[in-house]
Write a protein that binds this ligand. Structure first.
Ligand SMILES: Cc1cc2nc3c(=O)[nH]c(=O)nc-3n(C[C@H](O)[C@H](O)[C@H](O)COP(=O)(O)O)c2cc1C
Length: 191
C-alpha cells in the first residue's frame, strides 16, 4: 500500500498543517506496518508553474517531471496533504502541483455526457490550517471547497478534511484547534 505525503506550508517548524499531516502519516504507518511513504515538500522544492511549454509538451525535462508527478499520484492509495489557507485559498506551490496532476486523459476525460474523473479509488486526507475562524460554508473559504471540487472532478468523491482553524486568534485558540484536529485524524478502514 502506498501513501503520498505532501506539505505546502511556508512556515516550517511553526506550521500547523505540517504538524497535522505528519501526525496523520505517523498514525497510518503505525496501523499499516508495510506502508510505503513518498514525500513532497512543495515549499522546499517547488514545482515550476504550468506554462505554455508544459501544455505544448515541447520541453523534455518538464514533460518527464509532469509524467512522474501524475504517475506518483495515480499509484498512491492514500494522499495526505498539508494545505494552509493563504489569502482565502491555498498556497500557490500547492496549486502548481495540482496543475500538474489534473491532466486530461490521465486523471480526467471529457465524454459526451460531460467530464469523468479517472483518479478514483484512493483516499485523500487534507490537513487544513486557517488563522481566523471561518467555519463551514463561509463565503471567505476558497480553500476547502476548491480542494473538494477539484478532487471530485478527477474522481475522488469524498475528500476528508482535518481542520485547525482560528490558530492566529490566540495561543489558546491554536492549542485547542490543534488538539481537536489531532483527535479527528481519520484512520485506515479495517480490512
Ligand atoms: C501568506 C499568508 C496568508 C494567509 N492568509 C490567511 C487568510 O486569508 N485567512 C486566514 O484565516 N488565515 C490566513 N493566514 C493564516 C494561516 O492560514 C495560518 O497561519 C495557518 O496556520 C497556516 O497553516 P500553516 O501553519 O501550516 O502554515 C495566512 C498566513 C500566511 C502566511
Amino acid at each position: 500500500m502506498k501513501l503520498l505525503h505532501i506539505d505546502s506550508s511556508a512556515l516550517g517548524a511553526n506550521s500547523v498543517t505540517r504538524e497535522l499531516s505528519a501526525a496523520i502519516v505517523a498514525r497510518w504507518q503505525e496501523a499499516l506496518p508495510g506502508l510505503t511513504v513518498e514525500y513532497l515538500d512543495l515549499d522546499a522544492k517547488p514545482i515550476p508553474h504550468l506554462t505554455g511549454r508544459t501544455l505544448a509538451r515541447t520541453d523534455a525535462t518538464c514533460n518527464e517531471k509532469e509524467d512522474e508527478l501524475v504517475q506518483q499520484f495515480l499509484e498512491a492509495d492514500t494522499v495526505v496533504i498539508g494545505a494552509p489557507m493563504y489569502n482565502f485559498a491555498i498556497p500557490s506551490t500547492l496549486k502548481a502541483w495540482l496543475d500538474r496532476i489534473t491532466v486530461r486523459g490521465k486523471t480526467f476525460r471529457y465524454t459526451e455526457n460531460g467530464p469523468e474523473g479517472l483518479a478514483g479509488d484512493k483516499r485523500v486526507i487534507i490537513a487544513t490550517g486557517r488563522g481566523s475562524a471561518h467555519g463551514d460554508n463561509a463565503p471567505s473559504d476558497f480553500q476547502e471547497p476548491y480542494l473538494r471540487y477539484l478532487f471530485g472532478f478527477i474522481g475522488i468523491g469524498q475528500v476528508e478534511f482535518v481542520r485547525a482553524e482560528g490558530v492566529g486568534l490566540s495561543p489558546q485558540h491554536r492549542a485547542d484547534a490543534l488538539a481537536a484536529a489531532h483527535a479527528a485524524i481519520p484512520m485506515p478502514i479495517a480490512a
